[in-house]
Design a protein around this ligand. Structure first.
Ligand SMILES: Cc1cc2nc3c(=O)[nH]c(=O)nc-3n(C[C@H](O)[C@H](O)[C@H](O)COP(=O)(O)OP(=O)(O)OC[C@H]3O[C@@H](n4cnc5c(N)ncnc54)[C@H](O)[C@@H]3O)c2cc1C
Length: 271
């Protein structure tokens, strides 16, 4: 797997060893998880929309209802930083590359990026998308269409999605007997592509803490794992916004400096 990141005039290439980075087919993966859970006698109810927290019953509850999650909205404790994103899945895409993910940074409206990720090789399908930390005054769909035109990207739109992307930890991670996982708890770290990864880790940790009779340990475990990236991510966003106020090229220079320094500090490696 190759990751190409474009920051202004510079291109960074990150190579992952085979078997260390994956494109996840979510519906298939979720189905597989559900069968394994049922084999362990978990009771799964589908098509059951929870309308209010009052409906929930149990010694412990794990909330994985996304961003902004139902419970946090109802209890008015949804406080974390959010970005906005929009994505199209294109079949028979002329930009399909099976083993390559591409990220193209933009500072037109503060910190943001476009992406091109391979999805389904059988139909040469890709996900192309755009996200910005601050909501731009133009629609994300318009920005994505402009991007596709500029890069001569063509393909039939199969599916579109979009919404909030929670940036970094979304406190609180626990309230009474409710543990918040995934987007409603641990959030994402888009700079390194951690969304689903963090959802899986936090779901596992919450389940393990409850099974071991130590649910109160959950917030501590999550903070220990992710606080470093939270501080780095939020500092980068703050500095990017300051440089963006000067102009776009100042923001690109700052971001390139960040990549250089962080790779020297072995936070990640780029080639
Ligand atoms: C456009 C876009 C592109 C993205 N691309 C990537 C990517 O390439 N890689 C990556 O790792 N991450 C990506 N992310 C982030 C990723 O989607 C999330 O981090 C991840 O899905 C979080 O998983 P989750 O289970 O916490 O929440 P979700 O995937 O949002 O799942 C929440 C679930 O809860 C259900 N639900 C909500 N409310 C209720 C209710 N009241 N009753 C019953 N059920 C309810 C929903 O139906 C849904 O099934 C992207 C996000 C966006 C918006």
């Amino acid at each position: 797997m190759v990751g190409k990141t474009f920051v202004g005039e510079k291109t960074y290439i990150l190579r992952r060893k085979p078997g260390t980075a994956f494109i996840l087919n979510r519906p298939v993966f979720i189905k597989q998880l559900a069968s394994e859970a049922e084999a362990l006698e978990a009771i799964i109810q589908t098509n059951d929309e929870i309308k209010t927290v009052e409906e929930l019953d149990g010694d412990y509850i794990i909330d994985a209802s996304g961003s902004p999650g139902l419970i946090k909205r109802e209890l008015k404790i949804d406080k974390g930083l959010k970005a906005v994103a929009y994505q199209q899945s294109l079949r028979d895409a002329n930009c399909f590359k099976e083993d390559t993910v591409e990220i193209i940074y933009s500072f037109r409206y503060g910190l943001g990026y476009y992406w091109i990720f391979p999805r389904n090789p059988e139909i040469r399908e890709v996900n192309v998308g755009v996200g910005f930390v601050d909501k731009p005054d133009v629609s994300l769909k318009t920005l994505l269409e402009e991007f596709k035109e500029k890069h001569k990207i063509e393909g039939k739109i199969n599916y579109t999605t979009g919404g909030f992307v929670p940036i970094g930890l979304q406190p609180p991670l626990m309230r009474d007997n409710i543990l918040f996982v995934g987007d409603t708890g641990v959030g994402t770290f888009p700079l390194t592509g951690q969304g689903i990864y963090r959802a899986l880790i936090s779901g596992y940790d919450a389940g393990r803490c409850i099974a071991e009779g130590k649910p109160n340990l959950y917030p501590k475990i999550i903070r220990e794992k992710f606080i470093k990236w939270d501080v780095i991510g939020k500092t980068i966003i703050l500095c990017s916004n300051v440089f963006h106020k000067i102009d776009e090229s100042a923001a690109f220079s700052f971001f390139n400096l960040f990549i250089y320094l962080s790779s020297r500090a072995h936070l990640w490696s780029v080639g």
